[in-house]
Design a protein around this ligand. Structure first.
Ligand code: AMP
Ligand code: ZN
Length: 520
């Protein structure tokens, strides 16, 4: 499997365009299913569902070996909720997967630190924009770390790019895409013939000159949108070559995407609510200015729901990460839950789902500890091949538009088979390495196996019941460990020691067979 997938990558890297020929590269060949007669994607080829075309397309980056990704980041007027984090976890899985395939990933994520809501909130709090948003940027970064999200290569603030945005607006004006009204600059959408292609919106009936000043507006209402907004009385503004004012929301993403990634980028991502108007407007601005394709693959994640409604600030049906973690949820359970449903499917959030996620993570961690610490008879069995099969299926799941559910099923099947083999005494010493390699492959993407939840909670200043067990609970666990040691079940004894260590309890075995414990 390893050899095959690296050849797949080799093919991807060598071919610069998205027109990979069907010859000369073993893994670009199309197979046909003997059962359905349909095309079957060969191992190693990556496909993503592209919102622009509505098709699953073979993924080939513009620059061989390198993937340039723009991910719309948070609007930092409050703590992000776990619906937002569903999208950020999807973006993390995407970059981890591409990196696991040997691609160099360059990802930009923005902080929207100026928009209608931020201006309102900051002025209500009597604070400057920067002062107001700094707190939520810090909180977002801390939440990301607790959820085990990799840092994008660039995390950039809109307010650090005002000059760049003004220049882009000037370029659009030179090309005849804008007009000025009451000191604000608007994008005339009737001057951009492709407007509506991404969101499949019918723009035939648009009213010329009808415009909208708010950043977030009705999804069915295509109108000229503000690139630069003249200040209202008493409102904060920047002086600029196009007059005093502040940028609209959409221009920041076009500006920062092209500044750091170039005029054409490989992947642009965000939640489905961004398709219209935000991403539609980004296309109009970017392609209007450059005349080039802005984005090659548009990836949009579906919503996290509560009681089958979108989780959102405006509906008031949201939880922040801190709400959940403060009530005893482990960061790994939340990450697992958000990652386990493929990003294009809606996910209804329930306490039960969270509990199941926690027990899945527990099961996986226990399994790894059992394989790592177990004493097995010398030699090997068919388990090595079984693990390789699981790795192949795991990879195939992810290659298929990041089908994390399929990828997980492959891992849980392996866990079940290997546990059965261990129960029956059929698991051999040399089986451990290939099984652990498969689990490593899994964890490079899911990132839940390290037992560091207590540490992460502490870093957020949250001391949950989970993180700080009572004396009685510790005594009970210590007694259980003693019992395991008596029965020579050292794997279990070790697991208990690790669990206690993860919760801040150190245990020391004494010479006379007793145990001392202390809090770290
Ligand atoms: P915002 O801070 O509102 O700009 O949103 C940040 C990201 O979270 C965007 O990519 C949104 O599309 C995404 N998002 C917002 N609500 C949800 C939700 N309920 N489920 C999934 N993603 C969401
Ligand atoms: Zn954006």
């Amino acid at each position: 499997m390893a050899a095959r997938s690296s050849l797949g990558e080799f093919c991807l890297r060598l071919l610069p365009s998205d027109r990979m020929p069907d010859f000369g590269c073993q893994f670009s060949k199309r197979n046909t299913s003997p059962i359905t007669g349909e095309g079957v994607r060969p191992v190693g080829e990556i496909a993503f569902q592209n919102t622009m075309t509505g098709q699953k397309e073979k993924f080939v980056p513009l620059h061989p070996g390198e993937v340039r990704i723009y991910a719309c980041g948070p609007t930092v007027y409050d703590y992000a909720h776990i619906g937002n984090f569903r999208t950020f976890v999807f973006q993390d899985i995407l970059r981890r997967f591409l990196r696991s395939r040997g691609f160099r990933v360059i990802q930009v994520m923005n902080f929207t630190d100026v928009d209608d809501r931020i201006i309102d909130k900051a002025s209500a709090a009597g604070l400057g924009l920067r002062e107001y948003t700094d707190k939520y940027i810090e909180a977002f970064l801390a939440d990301r770390r607790a959820l085990g999200l990799e840092m994008p290569e660039y995390m950039v603030r809109a307010t650090d790019h005002i000059g760049d945005m003004v220049q882009l607006i000037q370029k659009l004006t030179e090309k005849g895409f804008t007009y000025v009204s009451d000191g604000s600059v608007y994008f005339r959408i009737s001057s951009f013939p492709n407007y509506g292609r991404l969101s499949k919106l019918d723009v035939t009936g648009i009213q010329p000159g009808a415009r909208v000043d708010v950043d977030r507006y009705d999804k069915t209402d295509p109108r000229d949108f503000a690139l630069w907004k003249a200040p209202k009385p008493g409102e904060f503004f920047w002086e600029s070559a196009i007059g005093p004012g502040r940028p609209g929301w959409h221009i920041e993403c076009s500006t920062m995407a092209m500044k750091y990634l170039g005029e054409t980028i490989d992947i642009h991502s965000g939640g489905v609510d961004l398709v219209f108007p935000h991403h539609e407007n980004e296309i109009a601005q970017s392609e209007g200015a450059t005349g080039k394709q802005f984005v090659r693959y548009w990836l949009h994640s579906e919503f996290l729901l509560v009681n089958f409604e979108k989780m959102s600030k405006s509906l008031g049906n949201f939880y922040t990460m801190r709400d959940l973690l403060g009530r005893g949820t482990k960061p790994s359970s939340l990450r697992f839950l958000l990652a386990s449903v493929p990003y294009r499917r809606q996910l209804n959030f329930t306490e039960d789902g969270l509990r199941q996620a926690a027990s899945s993570v527990e099961r996986l961690r226990n399994f790894v500890a059992r394989v790592r610490n177990g004493k097995f008879p010398a030699g090997s069995s068919a388990m090595g091949d079984r693990a390789a099969k699981a790795t192949a299926e795991f990879e195939q799941g992810l290659e298929d538009d990041l089908n994390t559910a399929q990828a997980l099923a492959a891992i849980f099947d392996l866990v079940r088979d290997a546990n059965t083999a261990m129960d029956r005494g059929e698991f051999r010493q040399d089986d451990a390495a290939p099984v652990l390699r498969t689990m490593d492959t899994f964890d490079a993407i899911f990132n839940v196996l390290r037992d560091d939840d207590a540490e992460k909670l502490r870093s957020l200043g949250i001391a949950s019941a989970e993180a700080a067990p009572s004396d009685a609970e510790i005594e009970a666990l210590v007694a259980e460990r003693q019992e395991a040691r008596k029965n020579r079940d050292f794997a279990k004894a070790d697991r208990i020691r690790q669990e206690l260590a993860g919760r801040g309890i150190i245990i020391e075995d004494t010479r006379n067979g007793g145990v001392n414990w202390k809090r770290k």
